[in-house]
Unconditional design. Structure first.
Length: 358
């Protein structure tokens, strides 16, 4: 077991490097990862055999021997991600580099049941597989970014907010049986922040993705891995109180950020509420990156970006020292579906979470 873990870990290190660079070579891999040249040679040989990297010629330095170089083969592995909203189901097909090759959106009935979701999921995934000529073993599985709260460890949805029929529903098991494929279920915001991290590389170590889409949530990426918490339910950012005598919230409390945000008079006021919440999060976690996402937010993306940036700049003490990069997601409304697909790929080809993170 220990040897298998090390093998997978070393392969993940090399693949992370291959995703970030046009080509890699043995010496560079050894220098960056700390592996011995002999260990690097063994890892490269395994990845070549699996077909996830391929030879890309030879680099001829001014001094010394020529070095073989290798490139990632993005099309060697695929996954489909699903984003479940309260209004529709979005699907995305991604490759091993995290690039989206196909997407689809279909409506869901109001207050849909598990059976209704599974029917549309199976139909959509089947159509996408057929249209793109994908099949096992190159299709790693299906990821689902779902409305929380949920237990990611078991793939069970625990009373999803504003959905009446989702009390302790084992979605991962049900979807796996219906699809006949491996299925990974996670909170929508965690899937989304995984997409940003998968594409941005190792510099994206301590970050949050703030989602505004029929609710407010935060996907957390801490110490270089998704942070889910003791019960895998971290990220209920919208249900932190910002106004003690504020409006009632769907969670049963009053004055939650989500409820205050939803009752704001206009987009400027709503963005200001979100800015306060973001500053609270920064004061708690000391993040280096904040990514803004969600269909409702992106409808006014530039405005939200300006207001949140101003809040960070003016409300964080010593903002000159506690610097934070605030940006809009580069994946638009595909970020959760694409992230869910990348979580499937990450479960096999990504780096494991550091000790203490889940």
């Amino acid at each position: 077991m220990h040897l298998a873990f090390l093998r997978d870990y070393h392969e993940a290190q090399v693949l992370a490097l291959a995703r970030a660079r046009p080509v890699i070579e043995r010496g560079t891999v050894a220098e960056v990862t700390g592996l011995t040249p002999q260990a690097v040679s063994k890892v490269l040989a395994r990845l070549l055999e699996e077909g996830v990297i391929a030879p890309a010629g030879v680099r001829r330095p001014a001094l010394g021997k020529p070095a073989a170089v290798y490139r990632l083969v993005p099309e060697s592995r695929w996954a489909i991600g699903a984003h479940v909203t309260r209004r529709n189901l979005r699907l995305a097909l991604t490759d091993l580099a995290g690039d989206i090759h196909d997407r689809a959106t279909m409506p869901l009935p109001a207050d849909f049941t598990p059976d209704q979701l599974l029917t549309r999921l199976v139909a959509g995934v089947t159509e996408m597989i057929t249209a793109n000529g994908r099949s096992a073993p190159d299709l790693a599985g299906v990821g689902i970014g779902m409305i929380g709260p949920l237990d990611q460890a078991t793939g069970t949805v625990r009373d999803a907010h504003r959905l009446r029929h989702w009390h302790d529903i084992p979605l991962a098991d049900l979807a796996g049986k219906a699809l006949g494929l491996p299925v990974v279920v996670d909170k929508d915001v965690t899937a989304a922040v995984t997409a940003e991290a998968w594409r941005r590389g190792p510099a994206f170590r301590d970050a949050a993705l703030i989602m505004v889409e029929s609710g407010v949530g935060a996907g957390l990426w801490l110490g270089g891995a998704a942070h889910r918490g003791a019960h895998t339910n971290a990220g209920e950012f919208g249900h932190t109180v910002v106004q003690l005598d504020g409006p009632p919230c769907v969670c049963g409390r009053r004055g939650c950020l989500e409820a205050v945000h939803d009752q704001a008079a206009d987009p400027v006021a709503a963005a200001a509420v979100l800015g306060v919440g973001v500053v609270n999060l920064l004061q708690t976690l000391d993040l280096g990156h904040v990514v803004l996402a969600g269909a409702d937010l992106l409808d006014h993306g530039d405005l939200y970006l300006e207001v949140v940036e101003r809040a960070v700049r003016t409300q964080v003490p010593r903002a000159d020292w506690l610097t934070v990069e605030v940006s809009l997601t580069g994946l638009g409304t595909d970020v959760i579906a694409a992230g869910a697909a990348m979580q499937v790929l990450n479960s096999r080809y990504g780096l494991p979470a550091p000790a203490g993170l889940r």
